[in-house]
Design a protein around this ligand. Sequence first.
Ligand SMILES: NC(=O)c1ccc[n+]([C@@H]2O[C@H](COP(=O)([O-])OP(=O)(O)OC[C@H]3O[C@@H](n4cnc5c(N)ncnc54)[C@H](O)[C@@H]3O)[C@@H](O)[C@H]2O)c1
Length: 401
Amino acid sequence: MKIGIIGQGYVGLTISAFAGKDYDVVGFDNNSKIVNQLNLGISHIEGVASSTLQTLINNGRYLATTLGSQISDVDIVVIAVPTPLTRERKPDLTFIQAACKTIGENVKSPILVINESTSFPGTLRNYIKPAIEKYSSASIEHMYAISPERVDPGRMDFNQKNTPRLFAGLTPEASKLTRDFYSKFCDNLVEVSSPEVAEAAKLFENTFRQVNIALVNEFAQIAHSLGISVYETLEAANTKPYGFMKFTPSAGVGGHCIPVDPTYLAAVAEEHGAPATFIRRANAVNLEMSKYVVDRIQADNGGSLSGKCVLVVGIAYKPNVADIRETAAELVIQHLRERGAVVSWHDDVVGTWNSESSAPLSGADIAVVVTMHDSINPKDVIASAPYVFDTTGKLKGVHGL
Ligand SMILES: NC(=O)c1ccc[n+]([C@@H]2O[C@H](COP(=O)([O-])OP(=O)(O)OC[C@H]3O[C@@H](n4cnc5c(N)ncnc54)[C@H](O)[C@@H]3O)[C@@H](O)[C@H]2O)c1
């Protein structure tokens, strides 16, 4: 079987690496730089080793391409393209639309189309199917299924094999083929009664985290105002063996899953006249955390940050990845600069970002820790400035949430 995977980013390349053990994989991506690197066996994703890619290439199992014609004879196509928000923070399905155009224009016989991109309930049925049909010849009737991706890049304990995978087809045959496809590399497949349930479950999983993170971020502010340790209180609450799940405070949320996906759920809820109060409020609390952190630092430093050299430590949105999408560090830096601070950042995992490079971990007036990669030595952070504010709870003996 030949599998086409549209989008070779975090999700698409991860699936390519797993599927490549059993199938021939064509990884289609419209970024030629990524495609060229992949064909040289160089992975750009944490969690997919270059050696794995090289083995697949050597075995003739993997080819990356920018040419739609290369997917003309695939048996299954998987869509793994971005689903961001528009400037107005509304769901942006333009990448999905473009992927559908590629499929419709190039695939010449009926196949199974599986969407792994995260989107609101109804996307498969009401957007993807009609969009592909619009570009396909009238005689071709594809099958359609959804299997929302749950991958957590950089995570070692859960991967494609041992993370249960939800799926549903638009028809029983599509469901069966989807199960057959994933069962080669995933141990636990969970079929649900409709694509809409699978789409909604994915959004609800991420919304659950978003709301709980916002709650603990709000609680961090309450604890500080009461003069008690948020971390000690959370540890104490966590001794309850049931009915409590520990989340930890931070400078805000980043990546795609937490800042973006719940807004997809809120948008579709509001379109149907249902409230999305928690989601909207949680988003606001998480966004406001960066300002709260800078307010605290300013208050601790004589009420002014003007002219102070501030080093932001860790700008990736989470430890041990180079991903800076929606990172809270961006808002922290923005608030600091608006108050006249001279800001640089240290993050050797990211390296360069917004035409700036990672600065040495030393010589600052103030250091603000946003993300602690394993490669950062806590002692070096503590020595980098006379005042250190840690938003991660990982450093001992410094200021923090
Ligand atoms: N990254 C995660 O941890 C994660 C986890 C679960 C679900 N998801 C979801 O999976 C989807 C993909 O996310 P990602 O993190 O892999 O994104 P990504 O930005 O890492 O990768 C997307 C890739 O798609 C390519 N692309 C964009 N438009 C294209 C097109 N029309 N044709 C071909 N290639 C195209 C881009 O060049 C890029 O390489 C999103 O819906 C996201 O919400 C992501």
